[in-house]
Structure formats: structure tokens, C-alpha cells
Design a protein around this ligand. Structure first.
Ligand code: C2E
Ligand code: CA
Ligand code: CA
Ligand code: CA
Length: 276
């Protein structure tokens, strides 16, 4: 038993070493990845449920490494966040997304101007110079503030509510819209919505995934929609993979939706084709 225990220990420690090695490698490779052209953005269309029209897109980062292939964002965003590399990558993502959206203007009706939604990591939120960086990107690209949406995770905002509230208030005054991402997973409850100035919540896709077979998830989704609307907040459902989900969400008055059933993330050029 002793020997087995020892082997076991060695096995786990080797596995842990490998995990650490992989992270170190990813961090090294991620440094300079943008300059080498390995990082790019794709855009997933966001639909308005009342008329099924595309009203904007979420920018999602992709990393195509020459040897490792596609690295999942859930993996490399975490590495970027832990290592601080996100502070270099984040502003580039924001600038690229604003530049792309500035070219999407369709027609002259200001209501027809599509928005671009950009993910902001907890570290970027803490760094403090976010409002300035955002203002600079808008100035440089000529994108109207109202067409930029920032997605912040519910947990990042709640973990430092005082700081986040002040920051969000500044962004809000500048005309930029703020959405809480992965909403419902932080167990924060809806009470925070009264104290933090947000324009919208994105219901986490885990609730949407189970909505058709789990009455609890359907009840929760319905409650989020009703509560958000009573506070004048827009509701986005993400991860819509089935027509049935789409129909229920529309019936319950959800405002916007995105997901594979509606549209996969595509390049900026492909997205422009979709909307013209
Ligand atoms: P997220 O912000 O929740 O983004 C939505 C994720 O759901 C994306 O995964 C998207 O491709 C995926 N998705 C969209 N529709 C469906 C669907 O119908 N079914 C399923 N199963 N998935 C769907 P992706 O692109 O792998 O990104 C993962 C996470 O990485 C994002 O989650 C976000 O937290 C982070 N991320 C991606 N790009 C950026 C970025 O530029 N900056 C930061 N800070 N984080 C990013
Ligand atoms: Ca997001
Ligand atoms: Ca999300
Ligand atoms: Ca469930």
C-alpha cells in the first residue's frame, strides 16, 4: 500500500509539473503573439428577439498558434489575466473591435447603427485607467460611445463593488453601455443591480442550456427578465442552440439573444456581409 501511495504521489506530482510547464510555455508564447499576427477577433451576431434582426456583435478573441493550433480562450485568457499580459492585449482588442464596428454603419438611421460588445477582464477593471483607454479608442476610431458595449463578469463587479460602481458610473456618463456577463452564476442576487449602474445583463448559457427540461432554470430565467425589466435593464440570453429556446425566450420578453442556432462567431468581413 505504501508503494502504491508513493507511486500515486509521484504520478500526481508529475501531472502537476506538466500543468505548470504548459502554463509557462503558454505565457511565453502569448508574449508577442499579437505582434506575430496569431491573435484575431471574431464576431458573434446578437439578435433582437422582437423582429429577429441583428443589432450588434460580441467580439471574441482567437489564438491560432503555429504549432499548438487553436488555443481555447478559456485557457489563454486565464493565462493572460494571471500573468498580466491582458494589460497589453486588452487595449488592442478594444481598439480593433471599435475600428471594425466603425465600418459597419448601415444606412443613415442612427437606430440602425450596430453595436460591438467587448469583454473586459477583472484585471482590466481593477487597473483603473479603463475609462481613459476607452475614450482614447473611441476618439481614434471615431466610433460613437453608444455603439460600444463593455461586458464585465458579475463576479468581478461584485467582488469590489465600491470601486467598480465608481468606474462604471464614469463609463456610463461617457455614453458607453455596460453589461454584466455570465449573469446568474455569481449568486449575487439581483439586489446589486440597483447599486451598480449597468445597462444590461447577459443570462449565463448554463441556464439557457437546461431551460427546456429543468423548470428551475426556466423559472430563474423568467425571474431575471422580469426583475431586470422592472429596473429598466436590457436582457441578453447567450448560448441559444435550439429553436425551442429562442421561442420561449421571445415569449418571456427577453430582449436580445446570441448562440449557435442564431449564428456562429465569424470574421469582421463575414459579419459585414451578414448585415449588408
Ligand atoms: P463569454 O464572454 O461568455 O463568451 C461566450 C462564449 O460562448 C464564447 O466562447 C462563444 O463562442 C460561446 N458560444 C456562443 N454561442 C454558443 C452556443 O450556442 N453554445 C455554446 N456552447 N457556446 C456558445 P469563446 O469564444 O470560447 O470564449 C470563452 C470566454 O473567453 C468568453 O466567454 C470570455 O469570457 C473569454 N473571452 C473571449 N474573448 C475575450 C476577450 O477579447 N477579452 C476577454 N477579457 N475575455 C475574452
Ligand atoms: Ca462575454
Ligand atoms: Ca458569457
Ligand atoms: Ca439546471
Amino acid at each position: 500500500a505504501k508503494v502504491a501511495g508513493k507511486n500515486c504521489y509521484r504520478f500526481y506530482s508529475r501531472a502537476m509539473d506538466q500543468a505548470v510547464e504548459r502554463r509557462v510555455r503558454l505565457e511565453q508564447e502569448l508574449r508577442g503573439a499579437w505582434e506575430r499576427g496569431e491573435l484575431s477577433l471574431v464576431y458573434q451576431p446578437v439578435f433582437r428577439l422582437s423582429d429577429s434582426r441583428i443589432v450588434g456583435a460580441e467580439a471574441l478573441l482567437r489564438w491560432q498558434h503555429p504549432e499548438m493550433g487553436m488555443v481555447a480562450p478559456s485557457v489563454f485568457i486565464d493565462v493572460a489575466e494571471q500573468s498580466g499580459l491582458i494589460e497589453a492585449i486588452g487595449p488592442r482588442v478594444l481598439r480593433a473591435a471599435c475600428a471594425a464596428a466603425a465600418r459597419w454603419s448601415i444606412g443613415s438611421d442612427p437606430l440602425d447603427q450596430l453595436f460591438v460588445s467587448v469583454n473586459v477582464s477583472p484585471r482590466q477593471l481593477r487597473s483603473g485607467d479603463l475609462p481613459e483607454m476607452v475614450a482614447e479608442c473611441l476618439r481614434e476610431t471615431g466610433l460613437a460611445a453608444s455603439r460600444l458595449h463593455l461586458e464585465l463578469t458579475e463576479t468581478a463587479v461584485i467582488s469590489d463593488e465600491a470601486h467598480a460602481s465608481a468606474l462604471l458610473a464614469t463609463l456610463h456618463r461617457s455614453g458607453v453601455k455596460v453589461w454584466l456577463d455570465d449573469f446568474g452564476t455569481g449568486f449575487s442576487g439581483l439586489s446589486h443591480l440597483r447599486r451598480v449602474p449597468v445597462d444590461g445583463v447577459k443570462i449565463d448559457r448554463s441556464f439557457i442550456a437546461d431551460m427546456l427540461r429543468d423548470p428551475d432554470d426556466l423559472a430563474l430565467t423568467t425571474a431575471i427578465i422580469a426583475m431586470a425589466h422592472s429596473l429598466g435593464i436590457t436582457v441578453v440570453a447567450e448560448g441559444v442552440e435550439k429553436e425551442g429556446q429562442f421561442n420561449i425566450l421571445r415569449e418571456r420578453g427577453c430582449d436580445l439573444a446570441q448562440g449557435y442556432w442564431l449564428g456562429y462567431p465569424v470574421t469582421a468581413a463575414e459579419f459585414a456581409q451578414l448585415v449588408t
